[in-house]
Design a protein around this ligand. Structure first.
Ligand SMILES: Nc1ncnc2c1ncn2[C@@H]1O[C@H](COP(=O)(O)OP(=O)(O)OP(=O)(O)O)[C@@H](O)[C@H]1O
Length: 255
């Protein structure tokens, strides 16, 4: 069995004439939390968005190279974007549940991804319970399943955004600054949740917060100006980086 969830080879990406990713080749370990760090504008979010091909929503994007997920190049012509986005879920900076009930948020993905299939109520109930248990929200929300998701606390909304990915059985969960809208206590609890989800899921997290990268991730990618400068176990990146640019960044010599 492959020990990697994602493998990139010579990945380049341009927005129009501007090259935002330069020749990125890396292997992301399965079942681990990997953080993407680096100065503002270095390409972290762009790289993350390559893994579920959402960059392509911007008309001016051109990509070359290879990204293998589940042992298939996701740029192959026979890849189904629907299947890819089931396998690679994403969570954003601001929680973005739909303005419908907690219950409907969780079953929404199942419904849109299952074509004509008629789900039994008991199957959907089970999916909702299991997803909410998966993010430790069942006890808090089991009596609020019909509440509007946008009325929940921000922390609950963000956990719900993670929960609604789970019924689709993703391999990878991409998180783009998932705690930036949360206070310190909520951040800690979302980080705890990430640790619980690792193992079963591969998690990639973009973060500006180096302490968060250090607390939560086992592996770390340091990027600069579209290049992958260093990819190593997080402790190595922070205690004995090989590249002077990594050392300068973690010592705070540039933003
Ligand atoms: N849709 C777009 N069109 C054109 N340029 C873009 C687009 N999105 C990002 N860029 C540019 O690509 C580069 C990388 O941006 P990206 O958002 O990936 O960096 P980042 O490291 O995630 O930044 P930050 O830490 O500030 O979120 C930046 O120079 C940015 O201005």
């Amino acid at each position: 069995m492959n020990e990697y969830s994602i493998q990139t080879r010579n990945l380049n990406l341009w927005y129009g004439d501007f090259q935002a990713l330069k020749n990125i080749s890396t292997d992301i370990l399965k079942g681990k939390i990997t953080s993407l760090i680096g100065p503002s504008g270095c390409g972290k979010t762009t790289l993350l968005r390559c893994f579920n091909r959402v960059n392509e929503r911007y008309g001016n994007v051109r990509t070359t190279g290879e990204i293998k997920i589940l042992d298939k190049n996701i740029y192959d012509s026979d890849i189904s974007l629907i299947e890819l986005r089931k396998a690679v879920g994403m969570v954003f900076q601001r929680p973005n549940p739909l303005p419908i009930s907690v219950y409907e948020n969780i079953v929404f993905g199942l419904r849109i991804h299952s074509g004509e299939r008629n789900w039994q109520k008991s199957e959907l109930d089970e999916a909702v319970e299991s997803a909410l248990k998966g993010v430790s929200l069942w006890n808090d929300l089991k009596d609020k399943l019909q509440a509007k998701a946008t009325s929940l606390l921000l922390e609950q909304q963000q956990k719900l955004c993670i929960a609604r990915l789970l019924p689709l059985k993703p391999q990878v969960i991409l998180m783009d600054e998932p705690c930036s809208a949360l206070d310190a206590d909520a951040t800690k609890r979302v980080e705890d949740l990430m640790r619980e989800l690792a193992g079963e899921y591969t998690i990639l997290i973009v973060t500006h917060n180096m302490m968060q990268a250090r607390r939560v991730s086992e592996e770390c990618l340091f990027m600069m100006l579209g290049e992958l400068v260093e990819h190593a176990p997080t402790e190595t990146i922070f205690s004995s980086p090989k590249d002077s640019r990594t050392a300068d960044y973690i010592e705070g010599r540039y933003g």
